[in-house]
Design a protein around this ligand. Sequence first.
Ligand code: E4P
Length: 221
Amino acid sequence: MKLFVDTASVAEIREAHSWGVIDGVTTNPSLVAKEGVDFKTRILEICDIVDGPISAETVQLRAEEMVPEAREIAAWHPNVHVKIPMTREGMKALKVLSAEGIKTNVTLVFSLNQALLAAKNGATFVSVFLGRVDDIGGDGMAVVRQCVDVFENYGFDSQVLAASIRHPLHVVQAAEAGAHISTVPYKVIKQMFEHPLTDIGLERFLADWEKAMAELKVAKA
Ligand code: E4P
């Protein structure tokens, strides 16, 4: 499973990338707005850090405007994947963009029906916002599982991207479900490294080492 970091913060992306585990980056208008920077400049900065798929979202609602906007965003860098919302207008735009070979990420997907429509129109990635499904009492991971199974059954090329991940267990479950990609907030990637037994184990190894070295020194003296 590929691991993307879900942030528009250059500091977070740089740090997560330094750990060697990041395959790509997803942003959305809310994440970019939080940064208070120019959209294109920030996407290009991110492309300089991570050599992998970088998602940048359209903000137009009508296909007629979304298509030229998506073409422009896609032209910024070969790694840019244009995020298209799961709406009828979005799917109309997606059909045109897919035919032009533009890489896309259909966003705000909450059901298998929506995912199927995006896959039929050639989405590169289909982002299932599982955390937001959980927020309203649904089972977001069940949607991820359905998408993985159905895409495989019918040989769709679209990849299932588990999004709106809120905690490390979501990453575990997305991997078990066979999601092709999980996009994970910086804070959750940090949590993925953590285990109390690792800390205790390391502390013990170092204490034993120090003790043995000190004894050796005494024996040699
Ligand atoms: C994915 O591309 C989205 O940016 C993200 O996962 C949304 O997550 P949220 O529901 O925590 O805002």
